[in-house]
Write a protein that binds this ligand. Structure first.
Ligand SMILES: [Fe+2]
Length: 251
């Protein structure tokens, strides 16, 4: 269950981390499944930095179960009720970050933006199931720009919902970028669950640790998101009424 404090964090920062949300049995099964995917199609020798696998949820039943059977999806749904969440882009992403990868990102992006697209490929929420220890920095952590969901909302209100298409979702590539707060790495450990707003600016972090970073990403979309996607760019809480209620109590 999401606490009042966590609702406040999500509203202000655009993300929250739920500690110990996924049980060890589900994590172990997901690890075995990921091991098999990597064994069948290993990263090229010498790969350093990010390496991804995008597979349909039906091909990754243990990864899907880690989100569903843990209750993680039900908890995520608390943020968007009465909407329900489903896989948005029909994939689950296995994300690796192989050391050494000392590069720290200079700016954030939001997903689903490429030049020439008629509209962004948006969704509602990014969820991540953590499989290794990222409780300190330099472990390949996702970097986030807290509050940038609201900065992006303001930018789209001023310049239109297609404003970030030509720059592939990178606001700092615009002539007049949105004002952003200081970024930070997300700190989380095995079994933790990250829930992040689609409009939260983020990027791949540095991995100077001794181990490969491994995480599962789920791009979740509210039912009928396609019909209201533009509204969600102009009003960050359009699909997050339970969050909005905490900021602006009714009546
Ligand atoms: Fe991304």
């Amino acid at each position: 269950m999401i606490s009042e404090e966590q609702y406040g964090q999500f509203a202000a920062d655009g993300y929250l981390v739920l500690r110990g949300a996924i049980g060890e049995d589900l994590l172990a099964a997901a690890d075995d499944e990921i091991d098999a995917v990597i064994a069948a199609d290993p990263p090229p020798a010498g790969t350093a930095g990010p390496h991804f696998y995008f597979l349909p949820p039906g091909r990754l039943p243990a990864a899907d179960a880690a989100l569903r059977q843990s209750g993680g999806l039900r908890t995520a749904t608390e943020l968007v009720a009465p909407h329900v969440l489903e896989h948005g882009l029909d994939h689950i992403q296995i994300a690796l970050n192989i050391p050494p990868h000392p590069h720290r990102p200079g700016g954030p992006h939001i997903d689903g933006h490429r030049p020439g697209q008629p509209k962004p490929d948006s969704f509602t929420m990014l969820a991540a199931v953590y499989l290794v220890d990222e409780t300190g920095p330099g472990a390949g952590n996702l970097w986030v720009w807290p509050g940038s969901h609201l900065a992006h909302q303001r930018l789209f209100a001023e310049r239109g919902t297609g404003a970030l298409l030509p720059v592939s979702g990178h606001t700092l590539s615009l002539d007049r970028p949105a004002a952003l707060a200081t970024p930070r790495p997300v700190l989380a450990g095995r079994g933790d669950l990250l829930l992040a707003h689609f409009l939260l600016g983020h990027n791949i972090g540095d991995n100077t640790s001794g181990g490969i970073r491994r995480v599962l990403y789920y791009r979740l979309r509210c039912d009928r998101h396609d019909a209201r996607w533009a509204q969600t760019f102009l009003d960050a809480f359009a699909e997050y009424e339970p969050v909005r209620r905490r900021i602006i109590p009714p009546g």
